[in-house]
Design a protein around this ligand. Structure first.
Ligand code: ZN
Length: 353
């Protein structure tokens, strides 16, 4: 809240770093959702690249030529230009996903992410926790300062690349994620609106929304794996919809493991709620039983699949829930969370690493 409250943003870097930290805490939790004690600058760079990737495509609105939106009050934010330049060099179509590009050009994307990492090390990571001249490391501690040189960063043994979380900080990021994420999106979009002097209405969805049509294309093959039944009520599905098991608003994960098919009644009623433990159990069983089929579907559609990440996010999100919180069981029906049973269910989930 302190970081967001400071107001005088000249670029969107702080927003990007905060979102990246939040997502990494969700993705790298332990067996029962214990948040990580440290993450690396390389992991932050990968996340920040993912965030800016769709934002580096040209934005168009009435009557003006399409252009990449400015995200800094000075010269364009360097990280965004790096992504933009890469996209131009590779002559990518606007809709090309980073996931697809990683498989087409793994070395080029790795080089891009390494460049992004260096910019993060230089600037936003040491500056995020500074007010004026005072440094207050309330989120994480790092082992370098403003005087860091590229040569030190490049030497494998010369650079300590860890962000070590202060006690309780990672847990707070996980617990507050559902509140912080929309706030960060909103502030980020308002800043971009101001920097570009454009109407506000479409900016937020341009920056953060995923391609719904592409997800819908997976409904058929996923429904086959579910033998034509709704994932939630087990009824026959007339009007199929793809549902994010972990709601998109909690963690934006399009990975195939996070996608299930439901009839539109269940899907709409579940909305942004978290599914109850019965559903979680069956979600785990589906992963155990159908991992190869899910892999095949993902492969055929060039779709991201990282069961390890999705499972870790599930553990973090359920692990951070307070006891007795109502979870979505069925249309208009909720069940309070039983934390003892939760531990058993989490223990039975597949382990990937
Ligand atoms: Zn249903």
């Amino acid at each position: 809240m302190a970081v967001l409250d400071r107001g005088s943003f000249v670029s969107t870097y702080k927003h990007a770093v905060l979102l990246a930290l939040m997502d990494l805490c969700l993705e790298h939790g332990g067996r029962h959702g214990e948040p990580p004690s440290a993450i690396s600058t390389a992991q932050v760079a990968r996340k920040v690249t993912e965030l800016y990737w769709p934002q580096a495509r040209p934005f168009s609105f009435a009557g003006e030529p399409a252009r990449v939106l400015r995200q800094s009050s000075g010269p364009q934010a360097r990280i965004l230009s790096l992504v933009e330049e890469y996209r131009e060099r590779a002559r990518l179509a606007p809709g090309t996903s980073l996931h697809r590009q990683r498989s087409v050009d793994p070395d080029g994307v790795a080089r891009l992410e390494r460049e992004v990492e260096w910019r993060l090390v230089q600037m936003p990571l040491p500056k995020l926790q500074r007010v004026g001249r005072r440094v207050d490391p309330f989120l994480y501690e790092i082992g370098w300062g403003d005087d860091v040189r590229r040569g030190d960063f490049a030497r494998p043994s010369g650079f300590d690349n860890l962000l070590r979380f202060r006690p309780g900080a990672a847990r707070c990021l996980v617990a507050l994620a559902p509140v912080l994420r929309p706030m960060i999106h909103r502030q980020w979009a308002l800043l971009v609106t101001r920097l570009n002097e454009i109407p506000e209405s479409r900016v937020e969805s341009f920056l953060f929304e995923r391609d719904r049509a592409a997800v819908a294309g997976l409904a058929g093959p996923l429904l086959e794996i579910q033998r034509g039944r709704c994932f939630y009520c087990d009824g026959p599905v007339a009007d199929r919809e793809v549902d994010h098991f972990v709601p998109w608003s909690r963690h934006p994960d399009d990975g195939i493991a996070n996608l299930v098919v439901a009839d539109s009644r269940c899907n709409r009623n579940k909305s942004d709620f978290i599914a109850d433990l019965g559903h979680l159990e069956r979600w785990g069983e589906r992963l155990h039983e159908y991992a190869p089929d899910l892999s095949t579907v993902a492969g055929a559609h060039g779709w991201p699949r990282d069961e390890a990440v999705t499972t870790a996010v599930v553990r973090s999100i359920y692990g951070a829930l307070p006891s007795d919180v109502p979870l979505w069981a069925a249309v208009d029906r909720f069940a309070p969370l039983d934390v003892l049973r939760l531990r058993t269910v989490l223990d039975r989930l597949p382990t990937w690493r």
